[in-house]
Design a protein around this ligand. Structure first.
Ligand SMILES: Nc1nc2c(ncn2[C@@H]2O[C@H](COP(=O)(O)OP(=O)(O)O)[C@@H](O)[C@H]2O)c(=O)[nH]1
Ligand SMILES: [Mg+2]
Length: 351
């Protein structure tokens, strides 16, 4: 049987003070996997983050030449983990916010195959670090997103402590350049990946957050990422609802006019007619817009499929079936008749 690999990825930006501690705390013996690798992705730190990570025993330390932001670093770290043959990928922060000794519990559902994404949610109550505004801003925004995305109850959408299956890492695409946390969950929903939630205590972090310069700007930026992601991914649904509301309101006004028209000739009620007609026309236009939303979503699916196939070709070269010339007859004829998806499964079965 193939060796099972778990890769712990740690995006780090100017974390020389804590990254070593985090690397050392990662358990190297995790039930259900044969080896655990630690990969620190240094995002153009200006301090000695990379050296500290290496000194602490990280198996791989990759660096961006300049700071490219957390979302880009996260995606690059996933790609690196895929290239290393990861079956399970755990992301944790370099600031020692999460308890690495809980990684086995976090990863267990992915290792057993029952989940594709496990969110390690923070039990916030014990945290002193969070200001009142941040805590409540977080809570309200969080509940809204859990509701909108139909995530497991209590999911901490901005937690970076997560486990991903290889399939999830192959499929997730991130377009935000600020934070990937929300977008990756919507994307996981879109791809029908199984999401689970586990709650762990988090630690207080005393250094100021790297991600947010001020609480207000963070709430604003993270909030707009979340809302825009929702709008982009669910444009069809949003516009359908909007269209239905407008059309129904228009129809009500229109019917009101018809009623007066039938009973008293309609004199003095032409406003209802105008408003009703206008709302219906706008509602129909929004309906047409929603079809564009649907077309865009389909298009996005196709593009994501291409990206996913490309990642497979890059990171799973064995899955690409050779052409007729260099394989025995039956496989060659099979490769002729099956689609690429089936081919991948055929190749997997042969391994
Ligand atoms: N790669 C990268 N990592 C970052 C950047 N900003 C923050 N991080 C890392 O992302 C993780 C979370 O950042 P942090 O500032 O703790 O955000 P918070 O926990 O949401 O307040 C930490 O491991 C940081 O080192 C960045 O610009 N690039
Ligand atoms: Mg942090």
């Amino acid at each position: 049987m193939k060796m099972k690999t778990l890769v712990v990825v740690i995006p780090a930006y100017n974390e020389e003070a804590t990254v070593g501690k985090v690397v050392r705390e990662v358990p190297r013996d995790i039930p259900g996997v044969d080896r655990v690798l630690v990969l620190v992705f240094d995002d153009g730190s200006t301090d000695r983050t990379a050296d500290a990570a290496r000194a602490a025993g990280a198996d791989f330390v990759l660096s961006h030449e300049r700071n490219r932001g957390l979302a880009a670093t996260f995606r690059d770290a996933l790609d690196a983990a895929l290239a290393l043959g990861a079956d399970v990928i755990v992301n944790t922060d370099a600031d020692n916010h999460y308890d690495q000794t809980r990684i086995p519990e976090l990863a267990a559902p992915v290792i057993s195959g029952s989940a594709d994404v496990v969110v390690g949610s923070r039990a916030l109550n014990g945290l002193r670090e969070m200001s009142f505004v941040r805590k409540w801003g977080n809570r309200i925004g969080n509940s809204l997103l859990v509701l909108l995305y139909r995530l497991p109850k209590g999911t901490d959408v901005s937690s970076g402590f997560r486990a991903y299956s290889r399939e999830a890492a192959l499929r997730l695409t991130i377009t935000s350049n600020y934070t990937y946390a929300h977008e990756s969950l919507i994307a996981a929903r879109d791809h029908n990946l199984a999401i689970e939630n586990r709650v762990f205590p988090a630690r207080d972090v005393t250094r100021p957050s790297r991600l947010m310069s001020s609480v207000r700007s963070h709430i604003f930026r993270a909030g707009s990422v979340a809302i825009l992601s929702y709008a982009v991914h669910r444009l069809f649904n949003i516009l359908m609802v909007l269209s239905a509301v407008l059309t129904l309101a228009g129809a009500a006004a229109f019917l009101r006019f018809l009623y007066f028209f039938a009973t008293s000739g309609g004199a003095g009620h032409v406003q209802s007619l105008i408003i009703g007609s206008a709302l219906i026309v706008i509602g129909m236009q929004v309906l047409v817009g929603s079809f564009f939303g649907l077309a865009l979503a389909k298009n996005r699916r196709l593009i994501e499929e291409i990206i996913c196939q490309q990642r497979r070709a890059l990171y799973e070269p064995k899955l690409v079936i050779p052409t007729h010339s260099d394989v025995p007859g039956d496989v060659a004829s099979m490769a002729d008749t099956v689609s690429s998806g089936q081919r991948a499964k055929v190749a997997l079965a042969e391994k």
